[in-house]
Design a protein around this ligand. Structure first.
Ligand SMILES: [Cu+2]
Length: 234
């Protein structure tokens, strides 16, 4: 009887120690953490203040987990700006655009294969658009030429945006092969193949080159130049 009790205590101790070993692993129930840091190479004298707009996502090649549901996200219109300026979503998601300014705004995109126009609407109301196709959608307002944003629709739910210091992490990544994409509006996209195994993958650092970037002007929703004064053109 005593021998059997000792045996059970041994088993219990082994189970507890096994759990404490597991708890020390940087592992989430579904997978592991993949992380790194982004830096942006700028022209001399310039310092990047928008590293936090960088989009990082893992496109599954083999064995990895891809899409899992869609996100419910917002881009607000505040003080004649889209906030935040960049949003990453799983392709198929809807993005809501609440107008928080005391005047009307429009939201449109002329992205080939993904055009939309939400019309003109006042403070306190919101309209939404679907982003079914994978790709980068520049978003504008037909009234205010300086308003611009990007929705980046990706073929996976394993994505994130960098912190202000450039660090990023994606949790719960299942083992498999992926293409790691790093996208920023001011630099060519960077990609590399990674293999995620049973433990955390750290140090996936990438440097983006924004030295060749020049701000682009854009047309209004009719494909014309914006009028010199920002008047309501509806
Ligand atoms: Cu506007």
């Amino acid at each position: 009887m005593v021998g059997s009790l000792v045996k059970w205590m041994w088993i219990a101790a082994l189970v507890v120690s096994a759990f404490s070993v597991l708890a020390q692993q940087p592992r989430t129930p579904d997978g592991v953490m993949v992380s790194g840091r982004i830096t942006i190479l700028e022209e001399p004298g310039k310092v990047a203040t928008d590293v936090g707009s960088t989009v990082i996502f893992l496109e599954p090649i083999a064995g990895g987990k891809g899409m899992a549901g869609t996100a419910d996200v917002h881009i607000a219109m505040q003080s004649k700006q889209f906030v935040p300026r960049v949003r990453v979503v799983t392709a198929g998601s809807r993005v809501n655009f609440p107008n928080q300014d005391p005047f009307r705004h429009n939201v449109f995109s002329n992205t080939p294969g993904g055009t939309f126009d939400l019309g003109l609407y006042p403070r306190g109301s919101a309209r939404s658009a679907s982003f079914r196709r994978v790709g980068v959608y520049p978003i504008f307002c037909n009234i205010h030429s300086r308003m611009s944003a990007f929705v980046v629709a990706v073929p996976t739910s394993q994505f994130t945006q960098a912190q202000a210091d450039g660090s990023w992490a994606i949790e719960g990544v299942t083992p498999g092969k992926y293409i790691l994409h790093v996208w920023h509006e001011r630099a060519p996209e960077r990609t590399r193949e990674i293999v995620v195994a049973g433990s955390a993958l750290q140090g996936l650092d990438a440097q983006l080159d924004a030295r060749g970037w020049r701000p682009l002007s854009h047309k209004n929703k009719f494909g014309h130049d914006y009028p010199p004064t920002e008047r309501d053109r509806y």
